[in-house]
Design a protein. Structure first.
Length: 282
């Protein structure tokens, strides 16, 4: 199936990044939000990113202009009715996602493909809530979307071969390096990353070292671009806590259980960079 027009549900940090790379890759891209304020904020984020790229010589002015020309915002589902592929990047809530799919299916063509950018929810469960479980899959981008090369392509039990191949090729067309991930909590990356981050918190709780020393140890000793606490603040402690709970509910393994300190920091509103305070202050 040829993909020409892409719809993106959600114009937050992830949704705006996904919309940007789709538009930059030549797709007519329509990003939908619940109100004009969120749309303007998301589109402004894209314009700022592109302008910074031009100023630094990383983006050509004509490439910036083409991206913006391919991009538009909307507050209705009807605006997406001609899309060939819909990327859902709304809040990580199963009921919200299911309601959104049901609203979309009233206007979308039977051929349209739905994909979710969820980082942890069951793709098969989401697919089962639609009338097109064979044309549904997972497409998990990483933040910041315009810079991160990886995309996890997730097959539900019901995803057809044609849909999988179309979505995989679409990810490649965005200049990404797609990998195939199983439909299990955390997929591949978070399945390996989250236990590492949780273990770093436990180690700190048990007096292994200071936050600075643990971060420096993993950066300088293992060559990681950032230490676990810097990464936790970047990802968001609330996001990590949410994913860890889903993984623990599924597997019931101690490695996936959120440490007490993480729970208390989330309850205190210390989410990391997004709130200005996590393991570090910003």
């Amino acid at each position: 199936m040829a993909i020409k027009t892409v719809g993106v549900l959600g114009c937050g940090l992830m949704g705006s990044g996904i919309a940007q790379v789709c538009a930059a890759s030549g797709y007519r891209t329509i990003v939908r939000e619940v109100n004009d304020t969120y749309i303007e904020k998301g589109l402004a984020r894209i314009r700022t990113f592109l302008e910074d790229g031009v100023a630094k010589g990383k983006t050509a002015a004509d490439a910036r202009d083409r991206t913006l020309d391919n991009l538009s915002g909307a507050t209705t589902f009807e605006a997406l009715k001609d899309c060939d592929l819909i990327v859902e990047a709304i809040v990580e809530n199963v009921d919200e996602k299911k309601q959104t799919y049901q609203a979309l299916e009233k206007i979308m063509s039977e051929r349209a493909i739905f994909v979710s950018n969820t980082s942890s929810l069951c793709i098969t469960e989401l697919a089962a809530a639609t009338r097109r479980p064979d044309r549904f899959g997972g497409l998990h981008f990483f933040n910041p979307v315009p810079l991160m090369k990886l995309v996890e392509v997730v097959r539900a039990l019901t995803t057809s071969d044609e849909t999988y191949q179309t979505v995989f090729a679409f990810a490649k067309s965005l200049g990404k390096e797609p990998i195939t991930a199983p439909d299990r909590p955390g997929f591949i990356v978070n399945r390996l990353l989250v236990p590492y981050l949780l273990d770093a918190i436990r180690a700190y709780e048990n007096g292994l070292g200071t936050i600075d020393d643990i971060d420096a140890g993993m950066k300088l000793g293992c060559g990681h671009p950032m230490g676990p606490f810097t990464l936790l603040d970047f990802v968001g402690l609330d996001t990590t806590y949410y994913i860890a709970n889903i993984m623990f509910d599924e597997f019931r393994e101690p490695a996936y259980a959120p440490p007490p300190l993480l729970k208390r920091m989330v309850l205190a509103g210390r989410f990391g960079r997004k709130s200005g305070h996590g393991f570090y202050k910003y």
